[in-house]
Design a protein around this ligand. Sequence first.
Ligand code: CP
Ligand code: NVA
Length: 334
Amino acid sequence: MCINIQNVYAVAPAPSPLGSLNGRHLLQVSDLSPLELDALLRLTRFLKERAGHEQSGLLRGRTVALLFEKPSLRTRVSFEVALTQLGAKALFAQGAEFAIGSRETPEDAARVLSRYVDAVVIRTHDHSGLERFAGAAGVPVINALSAESHPCQALADVFTLRERFGEVAGLHIAYLGDGRNNVAASLAQAAVMLGATIHFGSPPTHRPSEGFLAQLGRLGKSAGGRARAFSNPVRAVRGADAVYTDVWTSMGEERYRERNDAMLRPYGVTEELMSYAAPHAAFMHCLPAHRGEEVSAAVIDGPNSVVFDQAENRMHSQKALLVALLTESKGFPI
Ligand code: CP
Ligand code: NVA
């Protein structure tokens, strides 16, 4: 029998931080308040626990454009499946069909698309073009990865940590490798907002800027979250509950590949480096991964790896995000 979640919970108490997300954009994690982030994670759990139920009433009749300038497996497919299961239609365009600012201004493209669709999900190189697009859009805009941030990945990452440890507050997360990249930035914002400590292990050339570390300090203040950067990978990892890494060279940065390979090699996550983390430490990676580079096969394919949980959770957390941005989220017991 099909259960329509909206009907089942139509009489549940309504007021919730989710309501304030209706109609908003998500360009980076810090667009959310800590309370909104927490509520999104709780809605993610609610929807994941009911993944086998009929959920197609939640966004029935809506249309969402997915516009990707860069390749994607997880983000594209998880958004398309999420939208299908929520009863909405996904429209995908990539490459020459869509590149922010190439055929027309971001503002014109945003105004046109806002007349057709209920939300726009964008993967782009240029974060400032994304901000211009969002500034002119009349519908929610979701960042599906820019050079600066990857908030959808971070939502799934902190949700995965909650599943594994019950709480994110108080955890010690070590991020090894390119500490200036999009995944590192969004993970760090989400972690400190929820009260975790994040240690970057990166050479001076790849550590987050002082300005970004100061922003993390401000973002973490109310929950007790902290961020520090170390040049010594062992110092970053020592005692960590979770060790995270990402590719050494992000999309669009290919010209630096040789230099990155040389500089980041000491920060590769091997069994030896993991031995300095807590014995229960989870290994995390947003994927795609390169075995033998940023992570050894023994670690990513080992028993403490949660990389496929992270990948699965992309779909559940994006469902929660879509519902929160596109509806008043009434009726959820959140
Ligand atoms: N992690 C992630 O965003 O993967 P894709 O690039 O395949 O979407
Ligand atoms: N930092 C990587 C993440 C890929 C999901 C990139 O931008 O290519």
